[in-house]
Design a protein around this ligand. Structure first.
Ligand code: ISL
Length: 577
């Protein structure tokens, strides 16, 4: 059986697209206040056009108290003054559209800000008409509301601490899976769903081209029972794991189909709809992305992002076992081969930089960054490039706690300190490896003091390595990470086999080499990549005599002459054979 999404006659445009994620706060500042903004984006649209991306996804620019850098929204239909105005956004959208680049907005509707008028009303009294728009619950049976341990369940939040906040005025608790300033919306209430759909239609009518849906598989959830203790989402602290109980709830597919019919009908295929779905299995992935089901176009999965997590999660990073990465990626390739669609990513605003994580951000930074890009972009699916990934930007390598800004990191440190079993050195190491701030340092445009990001003081420090790693230098160097990403993006546009070809993993047991084929009719590409800083020779089992080099990441890359292939440190080759 072949996947209907791979039929060139009917496939939607986004199966051939590459998406670029902008985290506006860190992209480009235009007014010197140290925070990136929309007029800053206008200054850099040509960078995006030169890179050749098809879509820009904007992390939230809506009105927000910025407790979680905009993922806490107090007005879905306005732009926060930090970032500019709705008119600025219209200008950015127009400038991108003029360059053939579509625009996807972040949709954060599992929760709002506690300063959103809906929540302000909801908390105002127990009989307010909007009370039921959020999850209000009394204290645990037999306990005094507000007392330690009286929360309705024992759950720990994604950002440390409990998921229930006590509200003195009405004596009840509200649910917040993220920070206490991010109360969860109650999707069981049809008025909530209607309000969300109306807002989504308003954005589409303004001319945007799709949505990236934040933690969309949390919208249908159970509110009990207690979760398992230890090794949960937050492994430090006395809290239970809410994950399995609040993820992929019983009405998820019903809600998404309802949303699809209420908002997307009549625009089918025109919109890029990508859901962020932590914890989704392949079975879930198929249900969510099979076009016949009218839910989403594709999802962000998390399995590959957890492979280097130790027992204590993202702040407990261990070396990657490449065999596990290959197994995970190829299971998803196979799982959605006949129905559904993968999104492909190494980075986003929540993840450490890939070159520091799976590559080598020192001696072989250029080689490993280009190798990692090659491997990802040669899979079937829609690739996402996170700002700075196309420059091979590295982790922040901050040496003091004071440099960190992210609420998740700060609250983790605070909680860990109250428990006290980790030393400051261990805690700092955890942040250096795992903090979301690694992805949030300003984009490195040039070698000037603030990397061309701002004329003021940036809200988070610029990485000092911008003096050598920056867009200006890379534009002038044909071997740079930037030009390699340009070639990868062009390859997807030019080669149907990259867009549609079937995926077959080679050498699953090799600990160092990631190799696979992509096949479409008589066309075959062979991809081989070395994840080590030493040369490796492997037998691919495919005769490459006469093969043609499609792409390599060394200036003198050449097509191998036989099945025996020698790859230099972090080398990647793509050949037609
Ligand atoms: O990075 C994480 C915490 O370890 C993830 O679990 C993350 O919280 C999860 O992927 C959800 O992320 C999204 O929703 C969050 C927001 O903080 C993230 O930035 C966003 O991508 C709440 O809106």
């Amino acid at each position: 059986m072949s996947n209907p999404l791979t039929d060139p006659a009917t496939t939607p445009w986004w199966t051939g697209a590459v998406v670029y994620q902008i985290y506006p706060r860190s992209f480009q500042d235009s007014d010197g206040n140290g925070i990136g903004d929309l007029r800053g984006v206008l200054q850099r649209v040509d960078h995006l056009a030169e890179l050749g991306v098809d879509v820009v996804w904007f992390s939230p620019v809506y009105r927000s108290p910025q407790d979680d850098n905009g993922y806490d929204i107090s007005d879905y239909q306005d732009v926060d003054p930090l970032f500019g105005t709705l008119a600025d956004l219209d200008e950015v959208v127009q400038a991108l559209h003029e360059r053939g680049i579509k625009v996807v907005m972040d949709l954060v509707v599992n929760h709002t800000s506690d300063e959103h008028p809906w929540f302000v009303e909801s908390r105002s009294s127990a009989d307010n008409p909007k009370r039921d728009w959020y999850w209000w619950r009394p204290a645990r049976a037999g306990m005094q509301a507000g007392e330690p341990g009286a929360e309705p369940t024992n759950w720990g939040s994604f950002f440390s601490g409990p998921t229930w906040a006590f509200d003195e005025a009405t004596g009840e608790y509200y649910l917040h899976l993220f920070s206490r300033k991010q109360p969860d919306l109650n999707w069981e209430n049809p008025e909530v769903r209607k309000a969300v759909y109306d807002m989504m239609r308003w954005w589409l009518d303004r001319g945007i081209d799709g949505f990236r849906m934040d933690v969309i598989n949390l919208i249908s959830k159970r509110t009990g029972p207690d979760g398992e203790l230890a090794d949960g989402l937050v492994s430090v602290g006395p809290y239970g794991d809410a994950g399995p109980i609040t993820t992929n709830g019983p009405r998820l597919h019903e809600f998404l189909q309802e949303m699809h019919h209420a908002v997307f009908d009549g625009r089918d295929g025109e919109l890029l709809l990508v859901g962020e779905t932590p914890g989704a299995t392949i079975e879930e992935g198929k249900l969510l992305t099979d076009p016949a089901r009218d839910e989403l176009g594709m999802i962000f999965t998390f399995e590959h992002m957890g492979l280097d997590h130790g027992p204590a999660g993202r702040f407990d990073i261990k070396p990657l076992d490449l065999r596990e990465l290959k197994a995970t990626m190829s299971r998803w390739q196979a799982g959605l081969q006949d129905a559904g669609w993968n999104s492909l990513y190494w980075e986003n605003h929540d993840q450490p930089r890939i070159v520091s994580r799976f590559g080598d951000d020192g001696e072989f930074r250029r080689e490993s960054a280009t190798m990692l890009g090659t491997v990802l972009h040669l899979h079937r699916g829609t690739p996402y490039v996170y700002q700075g990934e196309e420059l091979g930007m590295t982790n922040a390598h901050f040496t003091s706690f004071e440099s960190y800004r992210d609420i998740e990191s700060l609250r983790y440190v605070a909680q860990a300190r109250t428990i006290g079993h980790l030393s400051d050195d261990q805690l700092l190491k955890g942040l250096q490896d795992g903090s979301r701030d690694n992805a949030r340092t300003p984009v490195q445009w040039d070698a000037s003091p603030q990397a061309g990001f701002t004329t003021g003081t940036p809200w988070i420090a610029v990485n000092p390595n911008h003096r050598s790693i920056n867009a200006e230098a890379q534009r002038a160097d044909p071997e740079s990470v930037f030009h390699h990403y340009r070639r990868l993006i062009a390859l997807r546009h030019d080669e149907a086999v990259v867009r549609f070809g079937d995926f077959t993993l080679l050498l699953p047991e090799d600990p160092d080499v990631y190799a696979f084929t992509r096949t479409l009719g008589d066309e075959r590409l062979v991809v081989a990549a070395n994840f080590r800083g030493e040369s490796r020779t492997v037998d691919l089992g495919i005769d490459l005599h006469g093969a043609e080099l499609v792409l390599g990441n060394y200036a003198d890359s050449a097509a191998p002459e036989s099945a025996i292939v020698t790859l230099r440190p972090w080398e990647a080759v793509v050949v037609r054979a």
